[in-house]
Ligand binder design. Structure first.
Ligand SMILES: Cc1cc2nc3c(=O)[nH]c(=O)nc-3n(C[C@H](O)[C@H](O)[C@H](O)COP(=O)(O)OP(=O)(O)OC[C@H]3O[C@@H](n4cnc5c(N)ncnc54)[C@H](O)[C@@H]3O)c2cc1C
Length: 468
């Protein structure tokens, strides 16, 4: 390897990298090389076999029912992905107190109503800030928590905190102190694509959708290649092109490189750029936020939780915000699987991901015994994904922090010479979501094609000058 020069090298075979390659292929570009650090395609769309069932360690949901067709839904249709519609409309009936026992639904409904009006206020304030920023020509923003304070509804009791968690942290996987109001509210993903929550429960996994995209171009007759186990450690770039160095000692050359690794990986020192990236680029990278979202799966010898309509989701209210707060059972998707999973995020995630499985199980079981009583059995299996610890991800997905301007985000996705950037974090509308990653891939491919055309034009005009 190394002597042949490709047109484009794509780093990463997650949905954005594969989407880039597919869009380039559709534009007629044939010599593309995809270098993937792990042994598989799919990136953060990642299944796991757990207790005889397939669960999703990464992306799990896509949203439909809105005015804009979700491109992921069409891809899911093509692959005939098995999904189930999640329904959280009865969640206020399933909120547990720290010491056990359910809160009265009426009380929770009141807190939920207050949280919903806070959310409406946040949406209105966000639109006002956007308008003000435009007229004044400066980016004016506040954090979600500051907006709540302005509205006069700062959650403080365990019940208020867990409902607020469910409205905010559960979506952004980050604390409300960090998250930008203006770039988060209203949530475009739901406004555009809809609020129908399609939960992927397919033995081929959500990643099958990425496989399906890759199949379009990576057949034997095409020169597109996807090479697994190629961890990129250095990118040399100049006017003439790029040279990409792999940990295994191999080197690949191309005219252009598209980097699709997560913002967490860009913030780490896994990939060295030579020459060093300019200061504006490094600042844009280091000031963005990578959140952590952890789904912990537990399989039990038998069910001890309620099943049937309206039982799918439960909340656990603890005085420590975000302590094992969000529970879901898989009885609708996989009847008889006896699987529960709990979602934790941000600081709790980074804390828990450092613990042993045994320690996590002890904490989770203490919570479940508060919720369901002392008699319940220990799980037979536990699965703890550790996204923040994995050097190929360094977290779960990006989050737009308060104070980060649109101009800075433009710099985050801007190319540096022949180095292009894609990935979910580069899509300003649906960042964090797999849909955003897919669309980001198409955007990056367009940018590369434009450069190719510009260069072709330059070459042609030089020729014309020479002839005349
Ligand atoms: C726990 C969790 C839950 C989520 N839930 C949802 C959800 O329900 N719905 C939703 O829409 N989105 C969800 N997401 C987000 C979604 O998974 C991502 O937005 C999307 O998959 C990102 O795709 P990507 O191509 O941008 O990045 P990635 O999938 O990270 O792809 C980048 C690829 O680059 C590779 N790589 C990294 N470093 C190197 C290197 N040095 N050399 C070579 N290769 C390298 C990685 O292995 C990876 O395959 C979730 C994510 C997580 C982690």
């Amino acid at each position: 390897a190394g002597s042949h020069r490709e047109s484009v090298i794509v780093i990463g075979a997650g949905i954005s990298g594969i989407s880039t390659a597919n869009a380039l292929y559709e534009a007629g570009i044939r010599d593309i090389l995809i270098l993937e650090g792990s042994s598989r395609i799919g990136g953060r769309m990642m299944k796991a076999e757990f207790g005889g069932y397939t669960v999703e360690m990464g992306a799990n949901w896509f949203y439909t029912g809105g005015p804009v067709q979700n491109p992921l839904a069409s891809l899911a249709n093509k692959t005939r992905l098995r999904t189930s519609l999640n329904d959280d409309s009865n969640i206020t009936a399933n909120v547990y107190r720290q010491e056990g026992g359910l809160y009265p639904k009426k009380l929770v409904d009141e807190v939920e109503m207050a949280a919903s009006s806070t959310e409406s206020f946040c949406e209105r304030l966000s639109e006002k800030l956007a308008a003000m920023s435009k007229t004044k020509g400066v980016d004016i923003d506040v954090s979600v928590l500051e907006a709540q304070r302005l509205f006069g509804n700062l959650p403080s009791t365990p019940l208020e905190m867990v409902i607020d968690y469910y409205h905010n942290d559960y979506e952004e996987a980050e604390a409300t102190t960090v998250t930008s109001l203006k770039h988060t509210y209203p949530r475009r993903e739901f406004k555009d694509h809809g609020k129908l929550s399609n939960f992927v429960c397919d033995s081929r996994g959500f990643e099958e959708l990425v496989q399906g995209l890759a199949c379009r171009f990576s057949n034997r007759s095409s020169q597109h290649k996807i090479l697994p186990n190629k961890v990129v450690k250095e990118i040399f770039y100049s006017e003439r092109g790029v040279r990409v160095k792999i940990e295994d000692g191999s080197t690949y050359r191309a005219k252009y490189v598209v980097v699709s690794v997560s913002i967490g990986v860009l913030q780490s020192n896994l990939i060295r750029f030579t020459p060093t990236l300019p200061m504006w680029k490094m600042n844009a990278i280091s000031e963005f936020d990578m959140s952590v979202y952890t789904k912990i799966f537990l399989q039990f010898p038998y069910k001890f939780w309620p099943t049937g309509p309206g039982t799918e989701f439960s909340l656990y209210a603890h005085s420590r915000r975000g302590y094992y707060p969000f529970w879901q059972h898989l009885e609708n998707e996989y009847p008889g699987s006896n699987i529960l999973f709990v979602t934790i995020t941000s600081e709790e995630s980074t804390r828990v991901e450092k613990l042993s499985n045994e320690a996590v199980q002890r904490e989770a079981m203490d919570v479940l015994r508060k919720m369901y009583g002392d008699h319940i059995p220990n799980p037979e299996q536990i699965l703890v994904p550790r996204w923040s610890m994995d050097r190929l991800y360094k977290g779960s997905y990006s989050n737009w922090p308060n104070g980060y301007t649109k101009a800075k985000h433009d710099q985050l996705k801007a190319r540096v010479g022949s180095v292009y950037f894609t990935g979910e974090h580069t899509n300003s509308r649906y960042l964090g979501y797999a849909t955003g990653a897919y669309l980001a891939g198409i955007e990056a491919a367009k940018d590369v094609i434009e450069s190719m055309k510009a260069e072709e034009g330059l070459r042609l005009s030089r020729k014309i000058i020479r002839i005349s």
